[in-house]
Structure formats: structure tokens, C-alpha cells
Ligand binder design. Structure first.
Ligand code: PLP
Length: 349
């Protein structure tokens, strides 16, 4: 028989990762935090090496217990995944019917459109209003799944919890998925999160250890949702997708409140500086509540090239479904200085 891929698979645009820069200070392409993970993570991972001959706990019970306490939710409502990316795959596999519809923003977070297409769904992109989710328009779209990213990637904009509550009440979606990967970098996370809705309605919240907690390389994230959703996803997931080292790293990272505070404060203190540097160089920025800033420019390639000539890697908007923009991660303190020099901003920042 001839080898022939499924059409949806063959037609998928490959994911374009950020270009690798020479060091962390020059890496402004992938929204990784410049503050390293907690030192206790190293010790926990070294201890976990002794358990590498054993399969991991399929349900990551220790981690779910800790998360349950911290978030005040029943651990049975938590599912841990191999990065929050895996959870998006599972949600689409479980709830997107053949030919079913997924609703997301335009521009979307890439994965929220790529995975539904792979699974055979149709994606309805709803144009953003002033770079913010148009929840009223999204609520009118009948769909199996609606994705809201809050704060949004690639724009860095947010919607208030109240607006999401209205949306959840009115949306014609089977299940609403709210991705809170960047929540910790918002000025007031408590005014944005809809974790409370994940207990009682057809809504799940996705979070990750990749951003604030600095574990992007370990691949671990989680969702909180209604019991029936978590039950179904448990049945279809690869049972050992979250490895021993990642589970140990996540438990340790969660306990280090000091590191979490520093990671957040680093971003909050430098976000206005980075915005000023870019604005003074003559570019327009979308005000951001995340650990990156979205620069609007009709000279996208020029800006990317100009920075790359100085070794700085940023993300071209066209690789993120948002041509005419460039996404710049809030870097280390030294990285901010490198950016300032590269853009020739002379005014003190
Ligand atoms: C970075 C990011 C994540 C994190 O994905 P992981 O698979 O957990 O690393 C999730 N959602 C969005 C929108 C992101 O930008």
C-alpha cells in the first residue's frame, strides 16, 4: 500500500520556532524568563535521578496535591500534561467532532488553530478589536471549543474576569478553554483569572510551568476543569507523558515563593523600559500585560534583521499569524541594555 499521510497532517504549516541566539541575554524570541528556576529544582531533579528506572506516577499525584492546596481546588479536577501544549492536543482529540468548529481570536495563539486543523476541525478566527478579544462576536459562534488566551499571545492584551463570566454565560461553545500561561505577569492577576469558573461550568483553565517558574525545558503544565472533562482526558492521554524529572522539578519550583516573586517583579519593572526603548526608536507597541511586547510595524523584516545583526533574536509576527508585527520578550537586565544599543535609543531609560 502507498504511504499517504492524512490530508490535514500533510497540509499543516510547520511550527516555526524562535531563532537560537548565542546566549540568554540575546534570546528575545520565545518568552522564556531570564530568571532561572529555583535552586531547589536542581536538588530535586538530582534526587529524582535515582528513580529513572521506574515509570513516573501517571497522575502526578504529589504535584496535584500541592496545586490543589495552592489553588483551593479538588486535585481530582487537575490534569498535568507534558507542557500545556499536550493539554491542547488532548482537548481537541476529546471534544472536537469530525468537521466540528473551533473558535479563537485572530490573530490566534498558533497552537489553538494548528491542533484543531490537524484533528480535522474547522477554525473560525474572530478578528480582535483594538488587539483585544471580541468576546461578543466570539460568543455568537456555535462551536465545540472556544479558545481564549488571557493575557493573549501574541498581542499581550487581557480581558477582565467579569467579561469572561458574561462570555461563559452566553457563548454557544461546548467547552471554553482559557489559557492563562502569562497570568502571573499581569498587573492584577486576580482581576483576570477565571479559575473559579473551572469548578462549576463548561470551562477549563490551562496553566504552565514554562513561563514564570522557568521550566520550559522540562515540559510540564496543567489544566483545571470540571470532573467529567478531567476524567475523559485521563482516559485518552498517554499515561506516562509527564516524566519523573519534570514532576520533581515542578513540585520544587512551586515551593519557592521567593523565585516566583523575583521572576514576576523582574518583568513588571522592565516592561515599561522595553516599551519606552522601542517607542523612542520610532515603533508603535501594543500595551502589554505579559512578559513580551508586540511591536506594530510595516517594516517587520527590517526590524528583525536590524536586531539580528546585533545577535538579538526576536519573533517575526508572520511566524505567529500576525504579519506586520514583531514580538519581543522582556529580557535580562543586560538584554534590555543590548536592545537599547541595538535600537540606538539615546534618551535615558
Ligand atoms: C508559552 C505558552 C504556553 C506554554 O506552553 P507549554 O507547552 O506549557 O510550554 C501556553 N500557552 C501560551 C499562549 C503560551 O504562549
Amino acid at each position: 500500500m502507498r504511504l499517504e499521510p492524512r490530508r490535514a497532517a500533510a497540509e499543516l504549516d510547520p511550527y516555526t520556532p524562535g531563532k537560537a541566539a548565542e546566549d540568554d541575554d540575546h534570546s528575545l524570541a520565545s518568552n522564556e524568563p531570564p530568571i532561572a528556576a529555583s535552586p531547589s529544582v536542581r536538588a530535586a531533579v538530582v534526587r529524582a535521578l535515582d528513580r529513572l528506572h521506574r515509570y513516573p506516577d501517571p497522575l502526578a499525584s504529589e504535584l496535584r496535591g500541592r496545586l490543589g492546596k495552592e489553588l483551593d481546588v479538588d486535585p481530582e479536577q487537575i490534569l498535568v500534561g507534558n507542557g500545556s501544549d499536550e493539554l491542547v492536543y488532548l482537548l481537541c482529540l476529546a471534544y472536537l467532532r469530525p468537521g466540528g468548529v473551533v473558535c479563537c481570536a485572530d490573530p490566534p495563539y498558533r497552537l489553538h488553530e494548528l491542533v484543531p486543523r490537524l484533528v480535522g476541525g474547522t477554525v473560525r478566527r474572530v478578528p480582535m478589536l483594538d488587539w483585544s478579544h471580541d468576546l461578543r462576536a466570539m460568543a455568537a459562534v456555535p462551536c465545540d471549543l472556544a479558545f481564549v488566551c488571557n493575557p493573549h499571545n501574541p498581542t499581550g492584551t487581557v480581558v477582565r474576569a467579569g467579561a469572561l463570566e458574561d462570555f461563559a454565560a452566553r457563548a454557544r461553545a461546548g467547552l471554553i478553554v482559557v489559557d492563562e500561561a502569562y497570568l502571573d505577569f499581569a498587573d492584577e492577576p486576580s482581576r483576570l483569572t477565571v479559575l473559579h469558573l473551572a469548578r462549576q461550568s463548561q470551562l477549563v483553565v490551562i496553566r504552565t510551568f514554562s513561563k514564570l517558574l522557568g521550566l520550559a525545558g522540562a515540559r510540564i503544565g496543567y489544566l483545571v476543569g470540571p470532573l467529567e472533562v478531567v476524567d475523559l482526558l485521563r482516559r485518552i492521554r498517554p499515561p506516562f507523558s509527564v516524566n519523573v524529572l519534570a514532576q520533581a522539578a515542578a513540585v520544587a519550583a512551586l515551593s519557592d515563593l521567593e523565585q516566583r516573586h523575583r521572576s514576576r517583579e523582574h518583568v513588571l519593572a522592565r516592561r515599561p523600559l522595553v516599551q519606552r526603548i522601542i517607542t523612542e526608536a520610532g515603533y508603535r507597541c501594543i500595551p502589554s500585560q505579559a512578559n513580551f511586547i508586540c511591536v506594530l510595524t510595516d517594516r517587520e523584516d527590517d526590524l528583525v534583521r536590524r536586531l539580528w545583526e546585533r545577535g538579538i533574536s526576536v519573533r517575526p509576527g508572520k511566524t505567529l499569524g500576525m504579519p506586520g508585527s514583531v514580538r519581543v520578550t522582556i529580557p535580562s537586565t543586560h538584554g534590555v541594555e543590548l536592545l537599547r544599543k541595538a535600537l540606538g535609543t539615546v534618551a535615558p531609560v
